[in-house]
Ligand binder design. Structure first.
Ligand code: ACO
Length: 392
């Protein structure tokens, strides 16, 4: 009832927290972001350490269950992931019915909506059913994203590449997309990106998922809403926007790193002089640098070496340096992730869908946490429109 918004009707103006900046709205056990120490923990474990050693399937288990899996649990998780990878014919039909040039975030959002309608346990919100639905989405999403990339390349409906049970999550997604086995550096960079993108406390998309869950709506609805929130360039859409910046500056594979660096610096100086916001830099929570960047940058460096593309490093360094010098603003995870996915061969518009393939784990962990101790999320607003007046 909007008339109650803003509370008492008394003279005093309530304190307003635009963007909910600095507002703590609930407790969580899933992850801890510490801006002072630049650290991120999933269930207590430092994320760079997880990225160094853990399969993505183990990190998913950790986020959902709260502990790293035992050997047997990991074997079960891997077997489950490998046995639910097929692209459902109804999902393929839905994707094929969409324009081939629609944004792939719209395609993946539509696919999850279809998967929700098809799910036999869609309305079962018991902890067991919620976990099972989360695990299924983890294995279903790579097929959706891989097929969407292929459909775009083919210019219309095409044959999906069947998943391979002998390949892990990262290897298989790359296989289903490109039809060839990726080099170890590529597979590892992909796995690292999945671990780093998996979870980040009450970011906009996760909070959206929690708001939807708080109304007691089903898990797939919450994920569909989260995908909508992730699409924006102030959130997940930034990895795509980073690549558009590289393209605008111009990627010239014949160029040296130094030449690329000075062109990138000039571009950045000009952009900042025009007061532009440059995507891939800055963060609401980290003000001294995103804790995930060094790990992702290391994986990007290995990719640059593997593909012998030093000019990409030149562009990367040039932008980073001039942003640092001019405004002391540091890159966020989307900055190294963008060029990493580009070198793998993905279309730029596919980058944010790849974020979904990973963040599905964090979103669903939060959906289950919200469900287990629910309070309807319903803030107030201060009315500043016209005073009450009669309809003429
Ligand atoms: N480029 C240029 N200037 C910037 C940038 C940027 N990317 N980010 C912040 N600033 C400047 C702002 O202009 C502002 O300067 P001012 O005080 O002179 O006006 C100051 O830094 C503070 O910025 P705010 O936007 O107020 O900070 P906020 O906490 O609201 O913003 C946000 C965080 C939205 C991420 C912002 O840094 C941004 O828009 N970045 C680009 C988008 C992006 O990369 N998003 C990805 C987020 S991480 C992720 O999803 C994995």
């Amino acid at each position: 009832d909007p008339q109650n918004d803003g509370g008492s009707g008394a003279e005093e103006t309530p304190e307003i927290h635009r963007g909910l900046a600095g507002v703590v709205t609930d407790v969580t056990q899933v992850s801890k972001v510490n801006p002072e120490t630049n650290s991120l923990l999933y269930r207590g474990y430092p994320v760079p350490q997880l990225a160094a050693s853990q399969p993505f399937e183990a990190v998913a288990h950790l986020l959902w269950i709260g502990e790293l899996p035992t050997e047997q649990e990991l074997e079960d998780a891997v077997a489950h992931e490998r046995s639910h990878r097929d692209l459902a014919p109804q999902v393929k039909d839905a994707l094929d019915s969409l324009p081939v040039d629609c944004h792939p975030m719209d395609s993946v959002r539509t696919a999850v909506s279809v998967l929700g309608a098809l799910d036999p346990a869609a309305e079962d919100d018991s902890p067991e059913a919620e976990l099972e639905k989360s695990r299924r989405l983890l294995s279903q999403l790579p097929a959706v994203v891989a097929y969407e990339q292929r459909r775009r390349r083919a210019g219309g409906p095409t044959d999906p590449i069947a998943p391979r049970e002998d390949l892990d999550h990262a290897q298989n997604l790359l296989w289903m997309t490109f039809g060839e086995e990726a080099a170890p550096e590529v597979v590892d960079a992909f796995r690292v990106s999945m671990v780093l993108y998996a979870e980040h406390s009450f970011n906009a998309s996760t909070f959206t998922a929690r708001v939807i869950t708080s109304t007691l709506a089903d898990l797939h609805s919450a994920v569909v809403g989260a995908i909508g929130a992730l699409k924006g360039p102030l959130h997940g859409g930034a990895n795509e926007a980073v690549m558009n910046t590289f393209d605008e500056i111009g990627i010239r594979p014949e160029e040296s790193a130094d030449e690329a660096r000075s062109r990138a610096k000039a571009w950045m100086d000009d952009a900042l002089a025009q007061k532009k916001k440059v995507m891939g830099f800055g963060h609401r929570v980290y003000k001294n640098g995103d804790s995930r960047v060094p790990t992702m940058k290391q994986a990007l460096d290995a990719m640059i070496e593997h593909f012998e593309r030093p000019e990409i490093l030149g562009l990367y360094d040039g932008l980073e340096l001039s942003m640092e010098e001019a405004k002391d603003i540091k890159p966020n995870l989307d900055y190294p992730a963008g060029p990493t996915y580009h070198l793998m061969g993905f279309d730029t518009e596919m980058f944010t869908p790849l974020f979904i393939v990973s963040r599905i784990t964090g979103w669903t962990a939060h959906i289950m946490e919200q469900r287990a101790a629910n309070a309807l999320i319903r803030p107030l607003s201060e009315y500043v429109g016209p005073e009450e007046r009669p309809v003429p």
